[in-house]
Design a protein around this ligand. Structure first.
Ligand code: NAP
Ligand code: GCO
Length: 263
């Protein structure tokens, strides 16, 4: 007799924090966790963004708690986690989604610009994970999902800092899995391919050669949508994935499997 039941995909009774989730991929994933039964909590860097997020969740019929916090600021993150524990409950699921990109040729990039990308995209997830792991250990379980990228595996012109950060985030994922797996904490990554969000809007402008390049480079022959990250997020947040640890689930329409079209 199998012990498996579809209930293992349910997130009922769980508290899920998704960083930088007022819009874009974070909003879609957080909404999906809410639809699967979790209590949704998100943060963003200012009140305007939090208000924008709260209105969007309300419109989607999802009750969400929004807080202001910068993921690179350890003091703010510790205060955020404490406040969520007091007001909502212990965080069962953390999705490190907040991130930025700077598209600048490496030799023209200042060290300050490099550091800002590394700080938000790599040090932020470290600070966030560090803040939630102690309570997860006490509770006896936890799920951490790091939002990686095609650039966790591939390079391209102008994205050196982003690729270094997302490659580092892949390894931080494996290290958290290695270090805290014995406490029933699973840390996995989701590596979105090219997804239609504000972050990629400049690349999708009418006539931009990158648009045609990505369509040709993707076996699915199209960009992905934020909603296509919903199922993978629910799976990795749920008990259905309890023996999946240190894995990066690429959701890329097949890009990483493909050598590219013959010219
Ligand atoms: P997005 O539309 O730019 O959203 C990112 C969110 O993170 C925004 O709400 C942003 O706020 C917030 N944020 C930035 N810095 C922050 C900080 N220090 N503290 C807290 N929140 C902060 O990006 P997206 O396209 O949805 O991407 C979400 C994640 O997926 C990112 O990690 C990105 O690298 C990754 N990703 C995206 C794609 C894609 O094709 N779109 C593909 C692979 C991976 P602001 O509005 O103030 O910037
Ligand atoms: C770029 C893109 C990418 C992505 C994404 C791909 O300029 O190549 O912005 O870096 O948004 O992370 O997975």
């Amino acid at each position: 007799m199998s012990n498996f039941s579809m209930d293992s995909f349910s997130l009922k009774g769980k508290v899920a924090l998704v960083t930088g989730a007022s819009y874009g991929i974070g909003f879609s994933m957080a909404s999906a966790l809410g639809e699967a039964g979790a209590t949704v909590v998100f943060n963003d860097i200012n009140q305007d963004l939090v208000d924008r997020g709260l209105a969007a969740y309300k419109e989607a019929g999802i009750e969400a708690h929004g807080y202001i916090a910068d993921v690179t600021n350890e003091e703010q993150v510790n205060a955020l986690v404490k406040q969520i524990e007091e007001e909502v409950g212990v965080i069962d699921i953390l999705i490190n989604n907040a991130g930025i990109i700077k598209r600048i040729p490496m030799t023209e990039m200042s060290a300050a610009e490099w550091r800002q990308v590394i700080d938000i995209d790599l040090t932020g997830p470290f600070i966030m994970a560090k803040a939630v792991i102690p309570s997860m250990i006490k509770k006896g379980h936890g799920k951490i999902i790091n939002i990686c990228s095609m650039m966790s595996e591939l390079g391209r012109e102008t994205v050196s800092a982003y690729a270094a950060a997302k490659g580092g985030l892949k390894m931080l994922t494996k290290n958290i899995a290695s270090e805290y797996g014995e406490h029933n904490i699973q840390c996995n990554g989701i590596g979105p391919g090219y997804i239609e969000t504000p972050q990629t809007a400049p690349l999708r402008e009418e006539g931009h050669p990158f648009n045609d390049f990505i369509i040709a480079r993707t076996p699915a022959a199209r960009w992905g949508t934020p909603d296509e990250l919903k199922g993978p997020a629910v799976f990795l947040a749920s008990e259905a994935s309890d023996f999946v640890n240190g894995h990066i689930l690429y959701v890329d329409g097949g890009i990483l499997a493909y050598i590219g079209k013959q010219p």
